[in-house]
Design a protein around this ligand. Structure first.
Ligand SMILES: [Zn+2]
Length: 112
């Protein structure tokens, strides 16, 4: 019988990663601003950083979804089938070896 377990590490890694991605551009902006950069230029750079951040976030998101490993046995589990994923649905991975369904605590993005 298949059991449902929570993978708490995944969500934490997800949050840590998002914060870690945002820190360098934020620090760069603070440094620019403190060095007396004019507001318009700082705004442009901020916009650029934001776009880059979004891009990096999406790329890493896809990468992480495809590289999920079972926390119990380390087996690599392919990303959940896109067909079965709808907005607001929990993101889960099933390890066939352990017969465990891992709940990442994350939900499919989309309008709620
Ligand atoms: Zn497993």
């Amino acid at each position: 019988m298949r059991v449902l377990k929570k993978d708490l590490r995944y969500k934490r890694r997800f949050i840590v990663r998002s914060v870690a991605l945002a820190l360098p551009p934020l620090l760069a902006l603070v440094v620019m601003w403190r060095n007396g950069g004019d507001a318009e230029r700082v705004a442009w750079v901020a916009g650029g950083f934001f776009l880059l951040w979004m891009l990096a976030w999406v790329v890493l998101d896809v990468w992480m979804l495809r590289r999920y490993r079972c926390p119990a046995c380390g087996l690599r589990i392919p990303a959940p089938d896109a067909v079965h994923r709808a907005a607001g649905q929990p993101i889960r991975y099933t390890c066939e070896r352990c017969q465990i369904e891992w709940d990442t605590g994350l939900r499919e993005a989309g309008d709620d």
